[in-house]
Design a protein around this ligand. Sequence first.
Ligand code: NAP
Length: 282
Amino acid sequence: MVNIINGSVLAKKIRGQVAEDIGRLKKERGVSPKLCVVLVGDDPASQIYVRNKEKACAEVGIESEICRLPASIDEKNLINIVKKLNSDANIHGILVQLPLPDTISAINVLNEIAEVKDVDGLHPINMGKLLKGESPLFLPCTAEGIIELILSTGTEIRGKEAVVVGRSNIVGKPVALMLLQRHATVTICHSRTRDLGAVTKRANILVASVGSAGIVHGEMVKDGAIVIDVGMNRVAGKLTGDVDFESASEKAAYITPVPGGVGPMTIAMLMKNGYLAAKRAA
Ligand code: NAP
């Protein structure tokens, strides 16, 4: 029978630990962590994500500041704002909420965030260190959350066949590298992969980060696999994942639900990175 990996419970435990660590940092070093979220435009989903981050910050004792900017801002001005935040000693972590308007290159903006304040772990130096197997200052939050979810099953990653569907910079690539670092045999699939099901069926650990509701279904899952569903798709007003939960559950040994799987872990890892940024600055 399938075991459901409860990301909400695990995330709560991690946030509790982070809150304790922050309490100690405040008491012993007099440092209060502060994050600045840069929000450009009025994308409704981004507004919700930012509100959730604000709530989580308040819960663990991180001060948060939302820098709201109009969608009409140009890249140069946005980069100047990021540079100002870099030099503000009271701000320990900066994150730019994606997506940015089409007129702005997200890569150019993210590259300007100081490596030491890069709580999303997307700066080229942090990503480069991950690629080289060195220790980045911060790991990308969703990818780190996925690794924690896998480890929570008690399964050893070493030697396992892992398949990651999706090659985004924020999820697919970093999680593949982190699985590789833990000695899994890793395959990355994408939109040009031929016979996706034949590849996913090999996976002891299957991560789906595509953005297409139910693209992974039971016939594509190996018996006894761990299935991590990153997808967040709105179907008839309901949040649903990239994995067809019902059919995949008949094959998998462990599976994450949507909602309540990867989503809460992403925020918990962001809180951890916020704490780490302030601790290093102290
Ligand atoms: P993304 O940048 O939207 O890219 C999607 C990836 O899926 C691409 O690599 C694409 O391939 C691949 N793909 C598209 N169609 C495919 C197909 N038919 N077969 C195989 N691969 C296919 O990805 P993302 O940013 O990782 O987001 C993916 C999903 O995760 C979205 O639903 C997003 O909302 C969700 N998400 C959730 C969290 C969370 O915290 N829960 C965090 C981040 C993202 P190509 O590269 O060839 O185009």
